[in-house]
Design a protein around this ligand. Sequence first.
Ligand SMILES: C=C(O[C@@H]1C=C(C(=O)O)C=C[C@H]1O)C(=O)O
Length: 363
Amino acid sequence: MSDTPRDLEELRKRIDELDLDIMRLISERATCAQQVAEIKTERDPDAAFYRPEREAQVLRRIMALNQGPLDSEEMARLFREIMSACLALEQPIKVAYLGPEGTFTQQATLKHFGESAVSLPMAAIDEVFREVEAGAVNYGVVPVENSTEGVINHTLDSFMDSSLRISGEVVLRIHHHLLVGETTRRDKVSRIYSHPQSFAQCRKWLDAHFPHAERVPVSSNAEAARLVKTEWHSAAIAGDMAAKLYGLTRLAEKIEDRPDNSTRFLIIGSHEVPMSGEDKTSVVVAMRNQPGALHDLLEPFHRHQIDLTRLETRPSRSGVWNYVFFIDFKGHRDEPRVTAVLDEVRLRAAELKVLGSYPMGVL
Ligand SMILES: C=C(O[C@@H]1C=C(C(=O)O)C=C[C@H]1O)C(=O)O
């Protein structure tokens, strides 16, 4: 490629012009979003500005129409931030997440709502639920399942007692690193801190590389990173956010045993979300303890050709029935075939609770 000063100068001039165009267009977009907010408030003074189904549609459209050279996910991420900033102009959205700061749940929160959201760390999953229930925040974010380690029971249990709805999902690729501080003697690492889930996700790597180091489970990856800061013989297994927050460096990168290791998080709120066109529904069903109960439950889904994406069983905490099933499937509760299935299941079940219909994760 020719790289004479003249070409460079011209390209930079063109970039300056384009930046002005982009700025003008983003400002015009922000003004439109402000006008949408005005119309919403005129119609209903308590209207929610944030519309998850509309945001999902905006991002899907961008991904479908993008022609490169940036890849579609990268392009959608940029638009995610533009929307986040437009929304914050009206009212920054407040989101409680399972903390502390620097956890993967915070990373998922920012991935879903963008950097302009106000994110508030909570000490436990039920605290996230409580903050949303109390109306102290607009939404909450909690982990629900990991591709290596399976379901996070605490989150499922919290849904049993809550009236909150699921209003979205976000899937995050989880990359773990072995992190050390400035004073760590790298050849003398004798203790490794992490969350038990992360230890489980990196078990083989640890057995191969640090078979003799003591593995100390702590309440979060971020807590592990915090502890390492002051201990010269310790390391932590944690992600990028925790590394950045505590100024740690990576002794080894991406040490998770499975390269496709990912965690799914749920967005919880108090509103029902209208159809976005590509939706999922989550329900919890209690069945009586009798032969064929699971077959009876699943048969209507099969007959109506509804795609199940997850099925979990939890022990019931009430004596009346023995099985509680958490089911995720494709479709929105307002679609006729979904309504039909739910009506049928309701007849067969001891109890059915729709936890929410929500857009399938886009980013
Ligand atoms: C502008 C709107 O409101 C909000 C802002 C959006 C945006 O910037 O595109 C999309 C959905 C809402 O969260 C809208 O409902 O269209």
